[in-house]
Design a protein around this ligand. Sequence first.
Ligand SMILES: *Cc1c(COP(=O)(O)O)cnc(C)c1O
Length: 348
Amino acid sequence: MTKSVDLRSDTVTQPTAGMRAAMASAPLGDDVFGDDPSVNALQDKIAGLLGFEAALFVPTGTQSNLCGILSHCQRGDEYIVGQMQHCYRWEGGGAAVFGSVQPQPLNHQPDGTLALAEIEASIKPDDPHFARTRLLALENTLGGKLLPFSYIQQATALAKSKGLARHLDGARLFNAAVAQAAAAGGEARAEARRIAQCFDSVSVCFSKGLGAPVGSALCGSREFIARARRVRKMAGGAMRQAGMLAAAASYALDHHVERLAEDHALAQRLAQGLAGIDGLQVEAPQTNIMFVDLTGPAREQSDALLKHLAGQGVLATGLYRLRFATHLDVDAEGIDRAIAAIRQFFGK
Ligand SMILES: *Cc1c(COP(=O)(O)O)cnc(C)c1O
């Protein structure tokens, strides 16, 4: 049987041969003692790349956001966040559960931004009735959408002028950077740094489009990262010979950033291949994630469609709104198989 085309998420990738070799030969130490050279090298590399003093390697993006929020906020503080952001909606309420930090979620505009006027209006005055508003958290990309850079500059400047810290959930920061570089004619690493420098802290996932098996990094000032290291310990995320994992992440940073453009092109290819089918509303992808809404009578067919696709070795997720993510382990032939299987289902 041919290999399945797994479009459920960009987390499903297998380490490449080069990445496995880097992992196998990584020098190791005990990172809780600060002795793992491969972890230290990765932390220096990502901090340097994004223009921060320090970085902390953590097992997951969820823990990275938790360390970030809990290092900016105390009990009874509040962070402003979008309804659909991972660090509000998809992390089990961790900041509230573990940190007693209250979220102030705002609805997104159609382009994924949070309206500046709503951010400003949600900042509470210093009054014992209210939680202390301490932090603005943004996410880029958000559901595959690239936040406009001018918006990021305005929102983070507003937050700063109001005395708030700024955290970026940049799980897919490099997807954003590659898309921004393509649009503006810049260079991806420079764009990543430009975005990151609008924030006091940035979390980046190595296990999404970058193709590493495990791991994220939180970047910030030395003093901020020292606080985050304590939260990571409390959360059980201080690992020992973690250099094998850090080496994979380091390899990904060296080899898998610019190639994200290929994933973006494949998402476009998929969108174009699905144009013109009744009952399918395709949202033009900006990066590596494509959403398709099932409308009219097709709306009730999402389960049947996903089953049909799985039978053809094509995997996706969703209900009414299907999600397809492209990544390192998908190629044009796989995308064409997905298009053919979907067209077959609709008799087109
Ligand atoms: C995947 C993801 C995370 C969390 O990463 P895990 O490693 O799965 O915990 C955080 N934020 C965003 C935007 C993500 O896509």
